[in-house]
Design a protein around this ligand. Structure first.
Ligand SMILES: *Cc1c(COP(=O)(O)O)cnc(C)c1O
Length: 400
């Protein structure tokens, strides 16, 4: 069947919750994707910051195949070896003490919120605790995760969501302080805001939040679903800032394509929050997903992914700065590591579509930002190739 026919069938069968680009993808190789008609694309999206190791990594694929032949699922009533091995590796990589596996980033945030509420409940027996979240944040689409997402447009049609959420401005300590009450049980934020526009936290802001949380026994929760797993040049972004959260969530690159997330906590929070019976999941932490995470963490070490990000990210940043200088319609470059954005003075959808025609996959963050979250294995040559196609795309649109 041709691509056009498949797309028609998709539009007849799938719920219309996405404005999809008009390609049907078929296979991947390294940093390249191929559609079903054989056209090749350089991928600077990585399945939205997921496929850190690139496509068709043989060792990763073999680990999954071996696990499929052994055991795919058991439920959490029993132990399984991949879940144990992966938990040890996640603890080591994150510096946190306890792991609860989920199937997605949103679910990881749901768990984090439950843990924080239970922690506060155990302290005073009341149930009206508040959580402070940030404007322009993104934490997922389920009801709890949506409730803490700082985007009215995403939230409004689905209200009432979970209550007692207050919003403050990212990187504005006083605005957070203004929302703190005796009922505040947690402050939740992304150390680098992703969907909301590629805003890295300022170190001073995170340090002040840590101090405030320590003084008031408020839990500091970091959502590292997008910025974690090496993207900032550190395994987790908290390590870059040296400000450690009490609870942290991770997903996206953790399974590198197999649905996999986790919420993690310190031993102190673990001892004073969720207990047997408080939380559960059927699929979360199943042997297949855990075999994936285990191998991903192995490969991060073996393939020196963090070191590579530190080498290639400054080059991407430099080339994006050059683009900003060249084109007046680009107003700003933002971001850190391999999590970058170019802010345009207009919507970017046409530029992204033009780039796709020319064999480059990009994504947006909001209407006017092109987001660059490539596989972490990209090379400087890949960056040059991306920049060259992007330049042709901007020139072709005759917009600046
Ligand atoms: C993508 C994302 C989520 C949601 O993850 P899903 O797996 O789509 O549920 C949550 N937080 C952040 C920061 C994200 O980027």
């Amino acid at each position: 069947m041709e691509m056009k026919e498949y797309i028609e069938q998709a539009e007849a069968a799938l719920l219309h919750t996405y404005n999809r680009y008009q390609i049907v993808l078929d296979r991947g190789e390294g940093v390249y994707l191929y559609d079903i008609e054989g056209k090749k694309y350089l991928d600077f999206c990585a399945g939205i910051a997921v496929f850190a190791l690139g496509y068709h990594n043989e060792e990763y694929n073999n680990a999954l195949k071996a696990q499929i032949d052994k055991l795919i699922h058991t439920s959490n009533y029993y132990y399984n070896v991949p879940a144990i091995e992966a938990a040890k590796k996640i603890k080591k990589a994150s510096g946190m003490d306890r792991v609860f596996y989920t199937n997605s980033g949103a679910e990881a945030n749901e768990g984090a919120i439950k843990a924080a509420r239970k922690y506060a409940f155990l302290k005073d027996g009341t149930t009206d605790h508040e959580i402070i979240a940030m404007n322009h944040s993104f934490h997922g689409r389920t009801m709890g995760a949506l409730a803490v997402t700082g985007n009215v447009h995403y939230r409004e049609p689905f209200e009432p969501l979970i209550g007692k959420i207050r919003f403050a401005d990212f990187n504005d300590y006083d605005s957070v302080l203004a929302q703190v009450t005796d009922k505040t049980c947690a402050i939740l934020l992304e150390p680098v805001q992703g969907e909301g526009g590629l805003y890295p936290a300022e170190e001073d802001f995170l340090r002040k939040l840590r101090k405030l949380c320590d003084e008031r026994d408020i839990l500091l929760i970091f959502d590292e679903v997008q910025c974690g797993m090496g993207r900032t040049g550190y395994m987790y972004a908290w390590q870059k800032y040296n400000v450690k959260p009490d609870i942290m969530t991770t997903a996206k690159a953790l399974g590198c394509g197999v649905p996999m997330g986790a919420f993690l906590m310190t031993e102190h929070v673990a001892q004073h929050s969720l207990e047997a019976g408080d939380h559960g999941t059927t699929y979360g932490g199943n042997p297949l997903a855990c075999a994936a995470a285990e191998k991903v963490l192995d490969l991060f070490e073996k393939e020196h992914i963090i070191e590579h990000v530190r080498e290639v990210a400054p080059y991407l940043e430099q080339r994006l700065e050059e683009l900003k200088e060249k084109y007046p319609c680009i107003t700003e470059r933002r971001g850190t590591g391999l999590m970058q954005g170019l802010v345009f003075d207009r919507p970017v959808r046409d530029i992204i579509a033009a780039a796709m025609d020319k064999g480059l996959i990009l994504i947006n963050a909001g209407a006017d930002i092109i987001r660059f979250v490539p596989p972490l294995i990209i090379t400087k040559e890949n960056v040059d190739e991306m920049v060259s196609i992007l330049e042709q795309s901007i020139d072709g649109e005759k917009i600046c």
